[in-house]
Design a protein around this ligand. Structure first.
Ligand SMILES: *[C@@H]1O[C@H](CO)[C@@H](O)[C@H](O)[C@H]1NC(C)=O
Ligand SMILES: *[C@@H]1O[C@H](CO)[C@@H](O)[C@H](O)[C@H]1NC(C)=O
Length: 554
């Protein structure tokens, strides 16, 4: 799959690696880890459909946006918090060491069978994704060792015919950039640029919107086109990573490429079947968004998440992102969010789906673990735009996710579940007769748990963490601690942690899977919520959808 070979071949042999490692450890720190280029220089790829112009990065002075975090004086760090923090780090180290021992340089560890898996191109997805967690947790030795290994990785060699553009962006590119932000280790930015150059090839389509896959054969033959029915979140949540890469390298083409996708979304936002939102799947090739289903769950989620986050990253200098966020947030609030009828009458919010037909639109009160990011989104968006209503909505969403965790016998939320919407959000008395017809093997308040797995996902703790930093209120830490203990209890294996089949069963069988987000996101958020608020301060950093911290323009 080589496009243009470098004139001088690079010998990344084991011997060279050994010498580099010896050089590294014998040199006084801080040391610069040597960069070993990949065998293909993607920057030399000649586009069949080059951009006719490249939009420069905004040069306006960043606006002073309102603070995200609560006042410093509101945070107390106790011995109890420190104990909890240590427990989250121990849990991380167990899984990380098992990965190191059993699956080093593979994409994932299989936590039951103890072998390695190739799931994302074979470029050590777990290691790249968890690099900045190592740094944040102060695991310097592990961080250095991982950085050396990653610096020698060849991102142009894969056995796959193509790569998933979205996943490679959020896990690999995001992981490298996040680790670079914290450590300023130049080789990590150079590797990030290599991955970015490869991903940039995906934008070589007639309308410069990327497809879901970067297929190397198609790319070589100039046959790439955008998808006609692609998940809206896939091309639409590349902006943070591509923009940060442009900011750090000074080359605006990455920003230009990802920004074009959002310009398209901007053109059609008010003409969709639920004006203000975009359907689950979109025809990026024909630039038409006429689908009939709207959700904050799978396929669409991070599209919305990235709107306020881009506003933060750019320091508020591009009004488009704020406008897109505010317009969609209104529709989400009005049409997707609902108060569920629950036995303790808790005043919480859940995010459902909307289907539009000729008669109008219907709320489907089915929700997903993935939608739990929304609490954090409304919290962050509300703070950045100075709208306290959004912050309150965010709180109720995060509390809603916490409520669902507590309601199941394992203390963990299922992947997909249904609840019963209240007639009105203002008051809602529990009426057991309305729930009874559903209630068989399901906790009170739920209509079903259609997909009862828990796959070590982060979205609920992500929102709980953001709410903690916004309020300084220790009740969020207490909720997090309960969630952490429940997750550990059901997921721990002899080696690491595993997804589970059924949260309705406290003896649930496990699944031989530990996706990279367990170390990159879930345990990072658990660690951060028990850390002092200056560690990854949300007024300095914005976290990507894979929890990689990027420095905000200020
Ligand atoms: C879409 O509609 C909202 C109001 O509902 C408005 O504020 C926004 O400017 C509109 N967007 C465009 C691109 O016209
Ligand atoms: C805050 O957000 C709510 C809900 O989106 C909206 O109705 C309200 O007008 C906003 N308030 C301000 C001051 O912008």
């Amino acid at each position: 799959m080589a496009f243009r070979r470098r004139s001088c071949a690079v010998l990344a042999t084991g011997a060279v690696m050994m010498i580099l490692i010896i050089m590294y450890f014998s040199a006084p720190s801080p040391t610069v880890v040597p960069f070993i280029p990949g065998t293909v220089d993607w920057s030399q790829f000649e586009h069949f459909h080059p951009a006719d112009s490249i939009k420069p990065l905004p040069t306006d002075r960043p606006r002073r946006l309102p603070p995200v975090q609560a006042d410093r004086s509101l945070f107390k760090h106790s011995e109890l918090t420190e104990k909890r923090r240590a427990a989250t780090r121990d849990e991380f180290l167990r899984s990380y060491n098992a990965y190191k021992k059993r699956a080093w340089m593979m994409d994932e560890l299989a936590p039951l069978s103890g072998t390695g898996k190739t799931t994302f191109g074979g470029w050590a997805a777990t290691l790249v994704d968890s690099l900045d967690t190592l740094w944040i947790m102060g695991l310097k030795k592990e961080f250095d060792e991982a950085t050396i290994a990653i610096s020698a990785m060849d991102f142009s060699v894969t056995n796959e015919g193509g790569i998933n553009v979205f996943e490679t962006t959020i896990r690999h590119l995001g992981g490298l950039l996040g680790a670079y932000e914290l450590s300023r280790q130049p080789t990590l930015l150079q590797k990030a640029k290599e991955v970015g150059e490869m991903l940039y090839v995906a934008f070589d389509t007639p309308n410069r919107l990327p497809g879901f896959w970067l297929n190397f054969e198609d790319a070589r033959n100039g046959r790439q086109v955008a998808g006609t029915n692609d998940p809206s979140a896939s091309p639409a949540s590349l902006t943070l990573e591509m923009t940060r890469l442009s900011q750090l390298t000074g080359d605006p083409k990455f920003y230009d490429a990802a920004d074009r996708v959002i310009r398209f979304l901007d053109r059609v936002q008010n003409d969709t079947r639920l004006p203000g939102m975009w359907p689950l799947t979109v025809n990026f090739q024909g630039e038409v968004a006429d689908g009939d289903t709207f959700s904050l769950g799978a396929l669409a989620d991070s599209l919305y998440e990235y709107l306020p986050k881009m506003h933060a990253l750019l320091g508020g200098v591009d009004p488009m992102y704020e406008r897109l966020y505010l317009t969609s947030a209104d529709v989400i609030t009005h049409d997707l969010l609902y108060r569920p009828m629950v036995p303790d009458n808790a005043d919480i919010l859940i995010s459902g789906d909307v289907r539009v037909n000729n008669q109008g639109h219907n709320l489907s009160p089915e929700s997903q673990h993935l939608t739990c990011f929304a609490g954090g989104m409304f919290g962050l968006g509300g703070r950045l735009t100075g709208n306290n209503t959004h912050v309150e909505i965010g709180k109720k969403l995060a509390q809603g996710c916490g409520w669902v965790y507590k309601a199941f016998p394992t203390g963990v939320m299922p992947e997909i579940y249904g609840m019963i919407p209240c007639e009105s959000a203002e008051s809602c008395e529990w009426d057991e007769s309305k729930w009874k017809p559903h209630g068989d093997s399901i906790p009170k308040g739920f209509s079903h748990a259609r997909d009862p797995r828990y796959i070590l996902r982060p979205e609920a703790i992500e929102s709980v963490f953001i709410m903690y930093r916004i309020t300084g209120d220790t009740e969020w830490q207490d909720l997090a601690w309960k969630m952490f203990q429940s997750i550990v209890k059901v997921s721990r294996t002899e080696l690491a942690n595993a997804a589970i089949e059924d949260v309705t069963n406290s003896e649930s069988p496990k699944i031989d899977s530990m996706e990279s987000f367990w170390l990159a996101e879930t345990l990072k958020y658990f660690y951060l919520i028990f850390s002092p608020p200056d560690l990854i301060n949300l007024d300095e950093y914005v976290l990507t959808t894979e929890a990689h911290p990027f420095k905000r323009a200020r």
